[in-house]
Design a protein around this ligand. Structure first.
Ligand code: SF4
Ligand code: SF4
Ligand code: SF4
Length: 369
């Protein structure tokens, strides 16, 4: 998105509508999202008891998605010792954990949530839940606010910090182009241990249950992702702790300490994350009303990186600041008209604080602040 596109976006109907939300909508319901559940959708089951940390899945992902060459070759498995996160350049990583004194490898990528928080958080509607189970990102309208990254409970999306022009969010696509051709996801096809099983999500849950039932000494009686965060297309099976308490299905909380050792967040609950995101925002109606402008402004700040020469940079910085100031003024005026001086003052203060916080965060990432 270039500057003109950004200005057009700020002036677009969606922003104007959003600015008017406080006057017309019931705040608590302003953004509650529900996503259709597709019973025939696909998923992947990662059986960590089979995973040997060979990184073939990482390599396949890198090749099929034409991602940049990694710093260390994929044959170097020592990198698994570090708790790596996915990024714009690495859509999947395999990390080594220690569970009850034994090494266990787990593959990280987008979980393709049933109710994706990234999609709920993105006002530009860049994310969609597809009938095949994947969550797709289309960067055409992306303003680079990275609110999806904040919202994602699995820290899956990465950002192209190195891109001077139009940096985008990047994440696992579930190899959608391959799915569309009836091919397996690259990582699944490459796994030599059959640690990754592709199939209909409903079938995968049956497969997981059967494995647990036939080998209760080996498996923790818990399918991570079946219900966590409202359910995810990608799910995880973990090893059992022979000395630990058996996890009865009616008390899955007992699986918590085991899953935590595997780096899995056990506090997400079964409520869709999108509902939580919007619920929190709905409690602060003014935020719902001005967040497009706020994060549009954040985008403008990011775009200062576009300036390649000093003089041009100074001009771009000045223009970006003018854009943000004008946008903030417009929203404050709107709030003043509809809700009075007090609300307008609070909105201006909140926006100034949020933009400062965003600037501080950007500075940490080495962006121009
Ligand atoms: S290719 Fe399979 S066994 Fe190897 S690290 Fe990936 S998931 Fe584990
Ligand atoms: S894991 Fe994160 S990025 Fe992937 S669908 Fe869920 S919320 Fe979105
Ligand atoms: S499904 Fe495709 S994009 Fe996602 S981690 Fe596997 S290879 Fe990478």
């Amino acid at each position: 998105m270039n500057r003109r596109k950004f200005l057009a976006f700020l002036g677009s109907a969606s922003v104007v509508t959003a600015a008017g939300v406080t006057t017309t909508a019931t705040p608590a319901k302003a953004g509650v999202h529900t996503f259709p559940y597709y019973p025939e959708s696909y998923g992947v089951l990662h059986d960590t008891t089979r995973c040997v940390g060979c990184r073939r899945c990482e390599q396949a992902c890198n090749i099929v998605n034409k991602l940049p060459k990694p710093e260390k070759p994929f044959t170097d498995t020592s990198v698994c010792e570090t708790r790596r996160r996915t990024s714009a350049k690495q859509w999947t990583v395999v990390n080594k954990y220690t569970m009850n004194g034994k090494p266990v490898f787990r593959k990280l990528q987008c979980f393709h949530c049933n109710d994706p928080a990234c999609a709920s958080a993105c006002f530009a509607k860049c994310f969609t839940k597809q009938p095949d189970g994947s969550v797709q990102y289309d960067g055409t309208q992306c303003v680079g606010c990275r609110y999806c990254m904040i919202a994602c409970p699995f820290y899956a999306p990465g950002f192209q910090y190195d891109e001077a022009w139009d940096p985008l969010v990047q994440k696992c696509t579930f190899c959608k182009p391959r799915l569309d051709k009836n091919e397996l996801p690259g990582c699944v096809e490459a796994c030599p241990m059959e640690a990754l099983t592709f199939g209909r999500r409903t079938d995968l849950i049956k497969v997981a249950r059967a494995r647990i039932a036939s080998n209760p000494e080996k498996y923790l009686d818990y399918i991570y992702g079946e219900h966590d965060a409202g359910g995810t297309a990608w799910m995880v099976l973990a090893p059992a702790n022979p000395k630990g308490p058996k996890v009865p299905p009616e008390n899955p909380a007992l699986a918590g300490p085991e899953l935590k050792q595997l780096g899995l967040d056990t506090h997400l609950g079964n409520q869709p994350m999108g509902e939580l995101t919007y619920g929190a925002l709905g409690a602060v109606p003014m935020i719902v009303s001005f967040w497009p402008v706020l994060f549009g402004g954040a985008w403008a700040m990011t775009k200062r990186r576009e300036a390649m020469y000093k003089a041009e940079q100074e001009k771009t910085v000045r223009e970006a600041r003018e854009d943000v100031t004008a946008a903030v003024d417009a929203v404050v005026r709107k709030i003043q008209e509809t809700e009075g001086d007090g609300a307008a003052d609070r909105a201006r203060k909140a926006m100034a604080e949020a933009l400062k916080a965003r600037d501080d965060a950007a500075a940490k990432h080495g962006e121009d602040a």
